[in-house]
Design a protein. Structure first.
Length: 121
């Protein structure tokens, strides 16, 4: 099977369908990281990340479409800001894995204590 046949047969979801798909792309995560400190113009993001303006604008459109960033006009400039509340589904999903990891560490701690008590006897 050629690569073009394979690509055509793979189901693809839109990157703008939800926050999970939007942050799957590393450059979009970098843009979100750049916006943690506060509102920035596209040009500042371009400078911070050493990306081209068209690339940054493309990624900002995706992030805007899912509500992870908000854009406001100030004259001719477009200023973008992070919308952290929209990251809640990601946080909630990851929290389950954090809880599972904590439970594993608790069990490991219990096991180590059992071993230590056995050595004392």
């Amino acid at each position: 099977m050629s690569i073009t046949e394979y690509i055509g047969s793979v189901a693809r979801s839109s990157t703008t369908s939800d926050a999970f798909n939007a942050v799957a792309e590393v450059r979009r995560r970098e843009i979100l990281d750049a916006l943690i400190a506060g509102e920035k113009a596209v040009g500042a993001i371009v400078s911070d990340l050493s990306m081209s303006q068209p690339q940054v604008s493309k990624h900002l459109r995706v992030l805007s479409a899912v509500g992870l960033v908000r854009c406001r006009a100030e004259g001719r400039r477009r200023l973008y800001s992070l919308q952290p509340a929209r990251l809640r589904p990601l946080y909630d999903w990851l929290a389950k894995y954090g809880q599972a990891r904590n439970e594993q560490l608790d069990r490991m701690g219990d096991y180590i204590r059992e071993l230590q008590q056995g050595e004392r006897r």
